[in-house]
Write a protein that binds this ligand. Structure first.
Ligand SMILES: Nc1ncnc2c1ncn2[C@@H]1O[C@H](COP(=O)(O)OP(=O)(O)OP(=O)(O)O)[C@@H](O)[C@H]1O
Ligand SMILES: [Mg+2]
Length: 393
């Protein structure tokens, strides 16, 4: 709230500058306290704050800058900002400053190689937020510097953990599941029926664990940007038929039939065939799992404008309204019993969403007419003249 006259400040809170203050006897006091609060906030900020002028000289630093770079404040003020940058960047920084002055706008600079240089010459990874500021004395650039050392360390720990899960867990798990499968199939000789029963349970659960580990690894791989999607011409009908055939055995286990809608159109889309089969498979596996026995799952292909739409429709209980907003979240399942009964992890649809988005498409769903759920994936048609085959990281 802003004061309207000298006399009415005692009754109300007073906003001077940027701080909302308790009542004060007069404006002068209030202004001083406001400035004090403002300065303390800047000094207490857990990120480095620096201001430089057009020539690249440092005109302001806060306390965190001293801690980050190991210089005393006076050693930085008046110096060129190059003292805070690795030697190899210093030379190019003048050009960056020139470009920023030509197109001043708020932006964040980050990247594998962006680093700050401490007084002792050591370097550390940083992220820098830049903002142009107009003062009466001329234009300045405000830089907000975040030390990424700790974040990067945690990232590395996560990567190491995922690598460990991948190599140390997945490989033996796969062989355990394989060996149990062979035992169930009597490859080790005929077993007494109580043993078959127990081994069947162990086999089913080891397969479930393999699926879980694979889903987590897949998700991690996509999220970390390590996957390169190769965009090429994909004949949609053939791709859908391939996915249907791959899931027929799974469907039979549930007593469910899958068919391709006879009215499906032929067409070519722009996508990565391996990942697209994964998308259709994840949708099919849900449709199958949530269908009652003896029902059918229908896949349809349709051209819509410049896109091709693949729809997977089932006759199950549908997606509950209360769950619709969360359905694409990681590990989200409508009902805890879904996991127990169907052995899922709640990752399938978040993987679908990630893949489809990265391929430039969309995924949505609705209530199918007459009951059940219908999921749609839409991706751009292949346009040979406009778009050569390419890879997106
Ligand atoms: N066709 C569908 N009909 C009804 N509910 C569905 C359907 N598809 C998904 N759901 C709901 O959305 C949840 C999340 O689906 P998602 O595919 O992400 O995970 P999941 O199938 O449980 O496990 P996962 O795919 O990782 O094996 C499901 O557990 C279910 O509650
Ligand atoms: Mg699923």
């Amino acid at each position: 709230m802003t004061s309207t006259s000298d006399g009415d400040n005692t009754e109300k809170n007073l906003s001077v500058g940027r701080a909302l203050l308790p009542p004060f006897a007069n404006d002068a006091n209030a202004k001083m306290q406001s400035e004090e609060i403002f300065c303390m906030a800047i000094e207490a900020c857990p990120v480095g704050i620096v201001m430089i002028d057009r020539a690249g000289n440092i005109v302001f630093v806060n306390t965190e800058m001293e801690r980050l770079f190991g210089y005393a404040r006076d050693e930085m003020l008046g110096q060129t900002v190059d003292i805070l940058l690795p030697a190899n960047l210093g030379a190019r920084h003048a050009e960056h400053r020139r470009q920023f002055a030509a197109h001043p706008s708020s932006r964040t600079a980050t990247g594998r190689n962006l680093a700050g240089r401490r007084k002792d010459g050591t370097e550390f990874p940083i992220e820098v937020g830049l903002n142009p500021i107009q003062t009466r004395g001329g234009s300045l650039v405000l830089g907000v510097i975040v030390d990424l050392s700790e974040r990067n360390r945690i990232e590395r720990l996560k990567d190491e953990f995922v690598a460990t899960v991948s190599h140390e867990l997945r490989t033996p798990l796969t062989s355990i599941a394989g060996a149990l499968g062979l035992l169930v199939g009597n490859a080790g000789g005929t077993l007494p029926s109580p043993a078959v029963r127990l081994i069947t349970i162990a086999h089913a659960n080891s397969q479930r664990l393999v699926r879980l580990v694979n889903s987590i690894l897949e998700m991690e791989k996509i999220e970390s940007g390590k996957v390169v999607f190769v965009l090429e011409r994909v004949e949609v009908r053939a791709l859908v038929v391939q996915a249907i055939e791959a899931n027929r055995g799974f469907a039979e286990g549930y007593g469910v039939r899958i068919r391709l809608d006879a009215a499906s159109e032929a067409g070519e889309m722009r996508g990565d065939p391996d990942w697209l089969v994964q998308v259709v498979t994840n949708l099919l596996s849900n449709a199958i799992k949530f269908s009652p026995p003896d029902e059918e799952v229908v896949v349809a292909i349709e051209k819509r404008g410049g896109n091709i739409r693949i729809s997977v429709r089932d006759h199950g209980h549908g997606v509950p309204d209360s769950f619709k907003a969360r359905i694409f979240e990681k590990f989200a399942q409508a009902d805890a019993s879904d996991a127990r009964i169907n052995g899922g992890t709640g990752l399938g649809l978040s993987i679908v969403k990630q893949i489809v988005t990265r391929l430039g498409g969309t995924v949505d769903f609705g209530d199918a007419p007459g009951g059940g759920a219908i999921f749609h994936v839409e991706l751009p048609c292949w346009e040979p003249a406009a778009e050569p085959e390419s890879a997106v990281a």
